[in-house]
Ligand binder design. Structure first.
Ligand code: SF4
Ligand code: SF4
Length: 230
C-alpha cells in the first residue's frame, strides 16, 4: 500500500519521542559543552608526548631518534636533537629533543608516528577542541604543549596505557638482569685472573724438560738423527 513506509517511520519517531520522557537511553542528545558523551578507548585525534613522573623535561620518554619525523607521511613533525644526554627509563644516557613541534593543521591523525616509535614516547590524544583563530602559529604545537603525563595517558587510554607500562617494566627488568649478569661475569673473570696471578710458578727441571713422559729414574733417550754427511 502506498505510504505504508511513511506511516511506519512516523510510528518509530512517535515511539521514541514519547519514550524519551520515560527512558533515559532514548535521549540521544547531550547538552554539549555542559554534557559530554564518553569517547571510546580507541578514539584518536592528534599525537602527544609522554613524560613519566612530575617533571616534563626530566621524564620525557622521547630520545629524539627522529624515526617518527622521517616516517610521518605529510612531514608535519620537526625535531632538533639535544647536544647533551639524560638518563632514560632504564638509566641509559640518551639524547632528548631540544625542539619537538607538530603542525596539527597538517597532521592527518594516521598514528604512524605512534606505531614506529620504539620508546613508547608518542601516543594519540583525544582532545578535539582545538579550533584556533590563527591558522599558522597557533596550530603549531611545541614540545611544552605536546608533553603530557603518563597519568593523563592512563586516563584517556586505560587499557593501552596499562599494556605499555607492563612492556616497559618487563624491558627495564630484563635490562637490569642483563646488567647484573654482566657485572657477575666481570667479577668472576677478575677473581679468576687474580687467582692465576697469585698461584706459585712451577720451575721446570732438565729431566722433566727432556723426558717428561718417561718413567722416574729412566735415562733420557738418545737422539736417533743420523749425522749430516759433508
Ligand atoms: S599522526 Fe600521522 S600525520 Fe600526524 S604526526 Fe603522526 S605520523 Fe604525522
Ligand atoms: S617520539 Fe619516539 S620515534 Fe619520535 S623521536 Fe621521540 S623516541 Fe623517536
Amino acid at each position: 500500500m502506498i505510504g505504508i513506509g511513511i506511516l511506519k517511520g512516523m510510528a518509530v519517531t512517535l515511539r521514541n519521542f514519547a519514550g524519551s520522557y520515560f527512558e533515559k537511553e532514548r535521549l540521544i542528545t547531550v547538552q554539549y559543552p555542559e554534557e559530554r558523551s564518553p569517547l571510546p578507548e580507541n578514539y584518536r585525534n592528534f599525537p602527544f608526548l609522554i613524560f613519566d613522573g612530575n617533571d616534563p623535561d626530566a621524564g620525557l620518554r622521547c630520545v629524539a631518534c627522529q624515526i617518527c619525523e622521517k616516517e610521518c607521511p605529510p612531514q608535519c613533525i620537526y625535531i632538533i636533537k639535544s647536544k647533551d644526554k639524560k638518563p632514560d627509563y632504564v638509566g641509559r644516557p640518551q639524547f632528548y629533543p631540544a625542539t619537538f613541534d607538530i603542525d596539527i593543521s597538517v597532521c592527518m591523525s594516521c598514528q604512524i608516528c605512534v606505531e614506529v616509535c620504539p620508546f613508547e614516547a608518542i601516543k594519540m590524544d583525544k582532545d578535539f577542541e582545538l579550533s584556533r583563530r590563527e591558522r599558522f602559529d597557533h596550530l603549531l604545537f611545541r614540545k611544552e604543549q605536546l608533553s603530557k603525563s603518563n597519568d593523563y595517558y592512563h586516563k584517556i587510554h586505560p587499557i593501552e596505557a596499562a599494556a605499555v607500562d607492563k612492556n616497559l617494566a618487563e624491558a627495564a627488568a630484563a635490562a637490569e638482569a642483563k646488567k647484573k649478569a654482566a657485572a657477575e661475569a666481570a667479577a668472576k673473570a677478575a677473581a679468576a685472573k687474580a687467582a692465576a696471578a697469585s698461584a706459585p710458578t712451577a720451575v721446570a727441571s732438565p729431566e722433566s724438560a727432556v723426558g717428561s713422559t718417561s718413567a722416574p729414574g729412566a735415562k733420557p733417550s738418545e737422539t736417533t738423527n743420523p749425522p749430516k754427511e759433508t
